[in-house]
Design a binder for this molecule. Sequence first.
Ligand SMILES: C[S@@+](CC[C@H](N)C(=O)[O-])C[C@H]1O[C@@H](n2cnc3c(N)ncnc32)[C@H](O)[C@@H]1O
Length: 220
Amino acid sequence: MRIIIAPVMKKYRDHYFLKAKQENYPARSVYKLKEIDKRFRIFKKGMRVLDLGAAPGSWSLGAAEKIGPAGLVLGADIQNTDTAFPANVLFRREDVFHRSAEFEALLREKGPFDVVMSDMAPSTTGHRGTDQARSAALCEEALAVALAYLIKGGSFVVKVFMGPDVKNLADALRKHFAVVKSFKPASSRSESMETFYVALGYTGLPLPDPPLESSAPSTV
Ligand SMILES: C[S@@+](CC[C@H](N)C(=O)[O-])C[C@H]1O[C@@H](n2cnc3c(N)ncnc32)[C@H](O)[C@@H]1O
């Protein structure tokens, strides 16, 4: 008798894929955000949320439910989406590395934000080192946006591909947030190299000044 063992990965994907379909989310990734929120309680009614890498829109929809009609989600992605969002979600097509003046103005108008979250991922090449480096660059840019537009005490959630650059990300987060945790949701496939960092309690402190050597008064 031949025993056929269905690949675990497929079963797993199907479960969250089907659940997302049944619950009208455009992507299964919403369950990762739900797990993050269940663990860290990042959303409250009336909050303002910035969602980087928002297409097709599951995270924005999930966050919009949690913050309610008095809150706002501003989603941005390099790709467009045809997802129909509720009134408390704004979506803009935008490359985080090349933010338009209009988008910066929108960030100033709608911010500061209580939560900045980034589920951004590069198009994968299959070359692990390249994909990790591109993911790290996206995290670095997401962090730069978060530092500029988060309220003091705000939260930052970021997806990263595990690799040598992750330590730099964690170190940078610890400089600016009271609590920094890594978290791999059960709905994230175990074979995926992604994990999430959740940083709570933005200190809001400016970056330390550069060393003063060059501006030291000259002794004549
Ligand atoms: C995993 S998907 C996000 C899924 C989304 N969180 C959801 O729940 O529907 C990763 C997204 O990152 C976006 N992305 C990659 N590079 C980007 C960039 N430079 N600027 C903005 N978005 C980017 C991709 O276009 C892609 O839609």
